[in-house]
Design a protein around this ligand. Structure first.
Ligand code: HEC
Length: 204
């Protein structure tokens, strides 16, 4: 899973780079160079596009979908026809718009990642510490990767029912994250204690 994420990022970067080069050529009025560049990179571009779509779809299926992710996908799918028409017809405005959309999608993905762990959970209604831990576990999207019983191991996540980490080590990972797991800075210390106690229950 880590490898798929990495492959996706590399392919997206290559795709973006490819279109930035084309855009520069188009804006500079270098029609002939643009045509020969497009022709000589046609196969690479096809492989990169297919690769980035396939890895993207794979990640979509196997990770939790957020609103930002949906916006990102809309940007990408709006950019594709604009890019095709813009570069083919030499329409600078459409070409610029398509690259801006791809850039926006790229930026959104980064922003999304940074803020994924920014989750505040209200545990005032909890019956006891274990219940509070369960509420945090469910509301902080731990389930998306670790599953309701801690065993899911999605996105390369560790099986929490067989963890060999100490309580403090677990707390450190939850607080600081460990890619691709986000760090959860907004949980209170008490919630973190409850959460780790709740996770400990998976080990039985
Ligand atoms: C985006 C997916 C994702 C989410 C959401 C997520 N985790 Fe993780 N978690 C992982 C991954 C991946 C690892 C393994 C990191 C590594 O060691 O490389 C991990 C590791 C851990 C570990 C360390 C286990 C070990 O034995 O090394 C703990 C504890 C843990 N997660 C708890 C949580 C809790 C609690 C939450 C919710 C507050 C949570 N995780 C949310 C993906 C996720």
């Amino acid at each position: 899973m880590h490898n798929i994420v990495l492959a996706h990022r590399i392919l997206v970067s290559l795709f973006l780079l490819q279109y930035l080069v084309k855009l520069v050529l188009l804006l500079a009025g270098k029609k002939d160079q643009l045509a020969s560049y497009t022709k000589s990179t046609r196969i690479i571009e096809m492989l990169v596009s297919v690769g980035f779509l396939v890895t993207g779809i794979y990640l979509l299926i196997y990770t939790e979908i957020t609103t930002l992710m949906i916006v990102k996908i809309i940007c990408v799918f709006a950019a594709i026809p604009l890019a095709v028409i813009g570069f083919k017809k030499g329409n600078k405005a459409l070409a610029v718009l398509s690259v801006v959309l791809i850039l926006a999608a790229y930026g959104l993905a980064e922003a999304d990642k940074k803020h994924r762990g920014d989750i505040k959970v209200d545990t005032t209604s909890a019956k006891d510490n274990l219940d509070a831990g369960k509420i945090v576990y469910q509301n902080a999207h731990c389930i998306g990767c670790h599953g309701a019983d801690g065993k899911l191991a999605m996105s390369g996540a560790k099986d929490l029912s067989i963890t060999t980490l100490t309580i403090d080590e677990q707390k450190a990972i939850i607080r600081n994250g460990k890619s691709p797991m986000p760090g959860y800075k907004d949980l209170t210390d008490e919630q973190l204690n409850d959460l780790v106690q709740y996770i400990g229950g998976f080990r039985k």
